[in-house]
Design a binder for this molecule. Structure first.
Ligand code: PHE
Length: 501
């Protein structure tokens, strides 16, 4: 068998792991989530989630990858035969994400270009520009035609991603992250320094940090904290197992997990400060309250930020920097998510890395075209919601329960990590993974499913609305079917035997 590829240096691995963790979730998900869940008080459940779920699970996934030196299904399969399926399920989920994540990076690319002349100023508002002029959005369920201004940057995104993947672990993924992550940090620091020195910035920061201590007693807030930590650290995506499988024998796993975890959270905090300072500025310029301008996700990046940028001094420069930071954060996460299936397929079918990239990456690239049409935004929003809740979070629950309760491997993994790490794991580690995490994730699942099925009542029409207000058949076809299909596709891959070597 050919020798397994390895990272060239410890820093290389750390930057790649951080590159995966630091993504769009840090920039547009964390600030709004923290604000809505208690502001300054959110840091308590958040820190608790980081220490009882984020870092412990990172240590576990690093240990699994390092010990078994295989892709997620191969490594899980060595814990117990029945667990191989979990690895393929997580890979299937990652595959699905890798078909729409590049679309967002493509938009950001295009917006980097639009920033030079603030193209959105030609429309009535930045929102109209994004939805109507740029995306040419059609109703949910109609797909219309492919939008060239999405397609062209999309091709560029795939070219970059496949180029670095094609060069392998050390010369490709490691080099990419060594460029992207320091560049991202520098660019982002410039943006944050600028944002906090704008008029009104302080009002934004005040809104962000003002603690609402009563939120601490709300179960929802704790679930939000765990959800953010899980998503942000790329846990239960098969990513960290895959990346850790390229670690050399002598690697301090526990220390690496702490560094990744704290670096990611520091970046989240930085993003929270930058985003809220900018929102404070916007509120100040438009005579609104900060609470009226808060948003997250696609809306924050492509509808609110263009407005903010237009009102800043040197809008061209800061527009380019902001959208470039989204591109860099997105690319490094995209590379990590694609590596999961490239590694899995290569091992299972005993083919070369090049072939695996051609089949896996090629198929993902073709499917991503379905999101490059006029119905792309709705489709992306729906698939993302379902796949995150019933793919990532649910498979994460399966993962901890299978390992801690059925395979009873925690003690074994603890010994493995302790042998090569400076910091020794204590009981807190096993309790965090075996008890605290399953309880919180289980509670999260029940709560999510309930609100999914019950929906909400529209106060005006009295109609029952489900996720995003989309029609039921639409949610069924592109939400439920897609997330359940990931489990079945995972099972299909499990049927094939591993090659003999
Ligand atoms: N950790 C990433 C983020 O915060 C999540 C992610 C990783 C999403 C890889 C997609 C691909 O954005």
């Amino acid at each position: 068998m050919e020798k397994r590829s390895q990272w060239g240096s410890r820093l290389g691995f750390l930057l790649a792991a951080m590159g995966s963790a630091i993504g769009l979730g840090n920039i547009w998900r964390f600030p709004a989530t923290a604000y809505e869940n208690g502001g300054g008080a959110f840091f308590l459940p958040y820190l608790f989630a980081l220490l009882t779920a984020g870092i412990p699970l990172l240590i576990m996934e690093y240990t699994i990858g390092h010990k078994f030196r295989g892709s997620a299904p191969r490594s899980y399969g060595k814990i117990s035969k029945g667990m191989e399926w979990l690895g393929w399920w997580q890979i299937a989920v990652s595959f699905i994400i890798s078909t729409y994540y590049p679309i967002i990076i493509a938009w950001a690319f295009m917006y980097t270009y639009f920033s030079f002349g603030q193209s959105w100023e030609k429309a009535d508002s930045a929102t109209t520009f994004f939805v109507t002029d740029y995306l040419q959005l059609a109703d949910a369920g109609t797909f219309g035609s492919i939008v060239p201004s999405i397609l062209i940057p999309l091709i560029l995104v795939w070219a970059i991603v496949l180029f670095f993947l094609g060069r392998g672990i050390k010369k490709g993924i490691e080099v990419a992250n060594k460029i992207f992550i320091p560049a991202l940090l520098v660019i982002f620091l410039i943006i944050v320094v600028r944002a906090v020195t704008l008029p009104g910035a302080f009002d934004g920061l005040d809104a962000f940090f003002k603690p609402d201590w009563s939120s601490i007693f709300d179960g929802k807030v704790w679930v939000a904290a765990y959800g953010q930590i899980f998503f942000s650290l790329s846990i239960a995506f098969a990513i960290m197992i895959t990346y850790a499988s390229y670690l050399p024998k002598k690697s301090d796993i526990t220390n690496n997990a702490f560094i990744t975890g704290f670096a990611n959270s520091s970046f989240e905090l930085l993003a929270g400060i930058g985003v809220f300072a900018a929102l404070g500025f916007m509120a100040n310029q438009t005579d609104q309250a900060v609470s009226d301008v808060v948003s997250g996700g696609v809306g924050l990046a492509f509808m609110v930020f263009p407005e903010i940028i237009s009102q800043m001094p040197l809008p061209g420069l800061f527009g380019v920097l902001f959208f470039l930071s989204l591109v860099l954060a997105g690319l490094s996460s995209m590379i990590s998510i694609s590596e999961t299936y490239i590694a899995g397929v290569q091992e299972k079918f005993n083919i070369s890395r090049g072939k695996s990239i051609t089949y896996g990456g090629g198929l993902a690239a073709i499917i991503s075209l379905f999101f490059a049409n006029q119905g792309g935004l709705n489709l992306l929003d729906t698939v993302d919601h379902f796949v995150n809740n019933y793919g990532v979070a649910l498979s994460g629950l399966f993962e901890v329960v299978a390992i801690a309760w059925f395979a009873k491997s925690l003690k074994d993994f603890q010994n493995h990590a302790d042998e090569i790490s400076d910091i020794k794991l204590g009981r807190w580690w096993r309790v965090s993974i075996g008890i605290i995490t399953p309880i919180v994730l289980g509670f999260m699942m029940i709560q999510n499913l309930r609100s999914e099925i019950i929906g909400t009542i529209d106060p005006e029409t009295g109609e029952r609305l489900f996720y995003g207000g989309y029609p039921i058949e639409y949610l069924f076809n592109y939400g439920w079917i897609v997330s359940i299909a990931a489990m079945f596709v995972g099972a299909l891959f499990t049927l094939k035997k591993w090659p003999a070597n």
